[in-house]
Design a protein. Structure first.
Length: 198
């Protein structure tokens, strides 16, 4: 064979020392690269999702009661707190009566309220309680008490040139029944404590 053909097929490693260095580099270079990659990935502070998930604050936020999340729970057995006319107007009536939607008279427009006010207090409150044309009964809020609706009517009418008087809240029948029951219980207890005549 000629020397030209031999040179084409010869490797770069010519001595045993070069062979040992090549084998060691073949093992060490990938291992060093892997170690450096692992250090790069694990060394920095993680800002991705879940990186702060196990802090005491995050755990406390996850397990806090639902009641602490801004909800207001109502006691259904508690006596109802009646809203003022302005509160009812803002929560229910303003949707139509602030802008005059569907022919509703705008609050403050004396011309639109004039014919309605001429009908009188009872008739205007009746319209509000039972509905009229596009307006549903109680303005679409069935949770409102009749007194609350009447207060809202008085508020809107008086803002629009009316001179209606604020409706009075009748005494609650349950409170009156409770008072008479407690009076009867007191009378029975005092009768039982009196000595019996022989």
């Amino acid at each position: 064979m000629s020397d030209a053909q031999n040179e084409e097929h010869q490797s770069a490693i010519k001595t045993p020392k070069q062979l040992i260095i090549a084998v060691a580099a073949g093992f060490l270079v990938p291992i060093i690269c892997i170690v450096l990659l692992v250090q790069y990935v694990t060394a920095g502070k993680k800002v991705g999702a879940g990186s702060e998930g196990q802090t005491p604050e995050a755990i406390a936020a996850r397990i806090q009661p639902v009641a602490d999340a801004g909800f207001t729970f109502k006691d259904v057995n508690a006596p109802k707190q009646l809203l003022s006319g302005e509160e009812v107007f803002k929560s229910t009536c303003a949707a139509c009566h602030a802008a005059g939607v569907a022919g509703a008279p705008k609050v403050g427009d004396a011309g639109a309220w004039g014919p309605r006010l001429a009908d009188g207090y009872d008739k205007v409150v009746g319209y509000a309680l039972h509905g009229l044309r596009a307006m549903p009964a109680k303005g679409g809020n069935p949770d409102l008490d009749d007194i609350e609706v009447a207060r809202a009517v008085v508020y809107m009418a008086n803002q629009s040139g009316g001179k209606f008087k604020e409706p009075e809240v009748p005494a609650a029948p349950a409170a009156a029944a409770g008072a008479s029951a407690s009076t009867a219980a007191t009378a029975a207890a005092s009768a039982a404590s009196e000595p019996v005549a022989k």
